[in-house]
Design a protein around this ligand. Structure first.
Ligand code: NAP
Length: 247
């Protein structure tokens, strides 16, 4: 699936929600989904970034996206319930949900992790996808073949010194994906995760300020598994944690 080439317009008529769609990997996923015909719902914190992605999609002649400005740090369960109602009213369906938004905060020794910083990471990386999935599942179950994709990390599979809260949150992400996939085994909803690997984005630059970022793959170069998991060809794939850049 890493060298998967999606058929033209394979996502036509699908509605796909992408969190963190204004930047990095989420931005590329949203544009690539739209390119294949999907109506993309762009969710994120910084409205100007979402608007830039919106313009890019419109200027390319792809289906008109929608924007949901939402700071996952402050969002409550009611925000997600209201969001699910709005999506159902506007589209009557949701075929794909890409949980991509994430934060890293600072890398530090375990003893120095501030409680507030730990809470922020767990809120954005774990609790937000949990509440959003919970609210959207009834709608996704109505679609004949729908896909939830979580975003993992190498440190969500093998812990690494100083990656504290972020690594813990990504282990939780893997656990949420496996639990949900097992629970939804006999439904039309499949659940998987992708670990992007080292990718040229702002988050990576903050974690490794000294490295030559031009040596890293761009989001566009690694986007194949994100497309595969939203296309009908992956209808039978569930419970998988996919490394987009295996060593
Ligand atoms: N890049 C890598 O090497 C790498 C490796 C492994 C895993 N990952 C994972 O891949 C995913 C995407 O990361 P990236 O590298 O593309 O990072 P990025 O460039 O920093 O983008 C993160 C996105 O998440 C959004 N976001 C952050 N906090 C948010 C909040 N409170 N509410 C709503 N949206 C929020 C950001 O919006 P704003 O720009 O508006 O803040 C941004 O669009 C993350 O889950 C990350 O953990 C990345």
């Amino acid at each position: 699936m890493l060298d998967y080439t999606i058929k033209e317009n394979a996502l036509l008529n699908k509605v796909i929600l992408v969190t963190g769609a204004g930047d990095g990997i989420g931005r590329q996923a949203a544009i690539s989904y739209a390119e294949q015909g999907a109506s993309v719902i762009l969710l994120g914190k910084t409205v100007s970034k979402l608007e830039a992605v919106y313009d890019e999609i419109i200027n390319a002649g792809y289906p008109e996206p929608a924007i949901i400005p939402l700071d996952l740090k402050g969002a409550t369960e009611q925000h997600y319930i209201d969001m699910a109602t709005t999506i159902e009213q506007q589209y009557q369906r949701l075929d794909g949900l890409l949980h991509n938004a994430g934060i890293l905060t600072v890398l530090s020794p375990f003893e120095q992790i501030e409680q507030d910083s730990f809470d922020d990471v767990m809120q954005v990386n774990v609790k937000a996808p949990f509440l959003m999935t919970k609210a959207l599942l009834p709608l996704m179950k109505k679609t004949s073949n729908s896909s939830i994709v979580f975003t993992s990390s190498g440190v969500g599979k093998k812990g690494r010194a100083y990656w504290g809260s972020y690594a813990i949150s990504k282990f939780a992400t893997e656990g949420m994906m496996e639990t949900l996939s097992d629970e939804l085994e006999n439904t039309s909803v499949r659940v998987n995760a992708i670990n992007p690997g080292a990718t040229q984005t702002n988050m990576r630059a903050r974690a490794y300020p000294g490295e030559d970022a031009t040596l890293l793959k761009t989001p566009k170069q690694i986007i194949a598994p994100w497309l595969f998991l939203m296309a009908d060809e992956s209808a039978d794939v569930t419970g998988q944690s996919i490394d987009a850049q295996p060593k």
